[in-house]
Design a protein around this ligand. Structure first.
Ligand code: MN
Length: 458
């Protein structure tokens, strides 16, 4: 049995004009989401993340369920961003800890993480960071390109390499953790970790017993240090842990359980004829349909596949009538033969006209369908270091090449760097207006980030 007690504190900080952080403190699920995006985008993304997470984990309170809830949250945010122009491009971090039962029947915590909101564990007086930020600086540190100290102060530590809702798929880091009585779990947005050192956090957590007061004290520290960002802190105390588990907390990374859990390949591939059924993981748990329905990259290739198949079918159908002509006038064979023999002009009957019309109309229709499909799409991509809107399918379709509609004045230097990979892979937009809005949101996000001044230094 495990008994937890949690406290939460959130604050707008000293520099921002809205709080785009959200938290969850359900009795078995704790989370912090730090939203981003123009206008209300950040708030909406963080709220959807927390709500989808809570619903998902409620349906399936397991480690797999937590991962699926993250995937579902990613899809929900991404789809809402496509549906509503003002929300285009919104995203959020999400770091969550859920209470679940391990394979051995004992309680444990599962931990999932995307972005730069962090989880720490205070055990026997020592505070340890559990998560690794999905930021450019952190990844450079992991790849040995800079030291930890350099990464901590590097300007690129704010540039996220992963966030929820900015793309159709997401890679979720997942761990399982056995906690003991007296352990203290800390979840926080970067508004805390950027302002307050590990030593200061340790000191507060070691001295303030009540989790709510401890969370509040940490937020106050961040504000006292400048409060350049929204600050959200969740402190979870393990009042009673599983008996018999003592010593070092067991902390292990969970690898993706099945290939369908990880983001599908970027390039849509033809399904192998003898391949496994698409829903091998379906039916095992209640979240499976949500996962299948929301499986993000599957969505666009599937649609493409359907349309492409329809177009091919139309083309095939168009070719099929071709061998038909001999059969149509067949009963009149002798008369036709006689006319030909006599050199008489061939009579154009209604049937021939109809037949000719069919033969001509079907390919024309097919071409129209293909053309409509090929051009009924917009996307934002990079053209000569500027954001540009194209009409058509990326890479062209059936000989119809995409055309450059407009080059925006926004350069690649004027959007957040973490958006650039998405712009290079390019995301489809339903309309020209949606494309314009997307560019506007990306630029606004960059402007608001720079207007506030980088917390890095003067
Ligand atoms: Mn933040």
């Amino acid at each position: 049995m495990t008994v937890l007690r949690a406290g939460v504190a959130t604050d707008i900080g000293r520099a921002r004009d809205s709080n785009e952080d959200r938290a969850s403190t359900r009795s078995n699920l704790f989370a912090v989401a730090d939203g981003m995006g123009g206008h209300v985008g950040g708030e909406v993304a963080a709220r959807i993340a927390i709500e989808t997470l809570q619903t998902g984990f409620e349906q399936n309170p397991t480690t797999a369920g937590l991962r699926q809830a993250f995937v579902a949250a990613n899809s929900a945010i991404f789809e809402e961003g496509i549906r509503v122009d003002e929300l285009r491009g919104m995203g959020t971090t999400l770091t969550a800890a859920g209470l679940t039962v391990g394979a051995d029947g004992r309680d444990m915590m599962c931990l999932a993480h995307v972005g730069d909101s962090r989880a720490y564990l205070m055990s026997r007086g020592e505070l340890r960071q559990l998560t690794s930020d999905h930021s450019l600086a952190e990844e450079r540190f992991r790849h040995g390109e800079m030291t930890e100290a350099e990464a901590q102060v590097h300007p690129q530590r704010h540039i996220l390499t992963r966030a929820l809702g900015v793309g159709p798929g997401v890679d979720v880091d997942l761990w399982e953790l056995h906690v003991s009585s007296g352990d203290r779990l800390l979840l926080c947005s970067d508004g805390l970790s950027n302002e307050v050192s590990l030593e200061q956090m340790t000191q507060v957590l070691a001295s303030v017993r009540d989790p709510r007061k401890a969370a509040r004290a940490l937020v106050d520290r961040a504000n006292a240090h400048g409060g350049s960002d929204n600050v959200t802190v969740v402190v979870v105390d393990v009042l009673v842990g599983e008996e018999g588990i003592s010593g070092q907390p067991v902390f292990s990374k969970v690898l993706p359980a099945s290939p369908s859990m990880s983001p599908p390949p970027a390039v849509p591939q033809e399904p192998p004829a003898s391949g496994p059924a698409p829903s091998t993981d379906g039916g095992l748990n209640p979240m499976a349909p949500v996962l299948a329905a929301g499986k993000p990259k599957g969505a666009s290739p599937d649609v493409t596949g359907v349309v492409r198949a329809a177009a091919v079918q139309t083309l095939v159908r168009a070719e099929r009538p071709a061998p038909a002509p001999p059969t149509l006038p067949a009963p009149k064979e002798s008369r036709r033969a006689r006319r030909l023999r006599l050199g008489a002009p061939r009579r154009i009957t209604a049937r021939v006209v109809l037949f000719l019309l069919l033969v001509l109309a079907v390919p024309a229709g097919a071409i129209a369908v293909v053309h409509w499909y090929a051009m009924d799409n917009f996307y934002v991509a990079i053209h000569q270091a500027h954001l540009a809107i194209y009409q058509g399918r990326q890479g062209g379709f059936a000989g119809f090449e995409p055309k450059l509609v407009t080059v925006s004045p926004v350069s690649t230097q004027e959007v957040m760097a973490f958006r650039l990979p998405a712009l290079r892979s390019t995301l489809d937009e339903p309309s020209l207006e949606a494309s314009r809005q997307y560019i506007a949101n990306l630029h606004e996000e960059w402007v608001s980030d720079h207007a506030l001044g980088s917390p890095v230094g003067p």
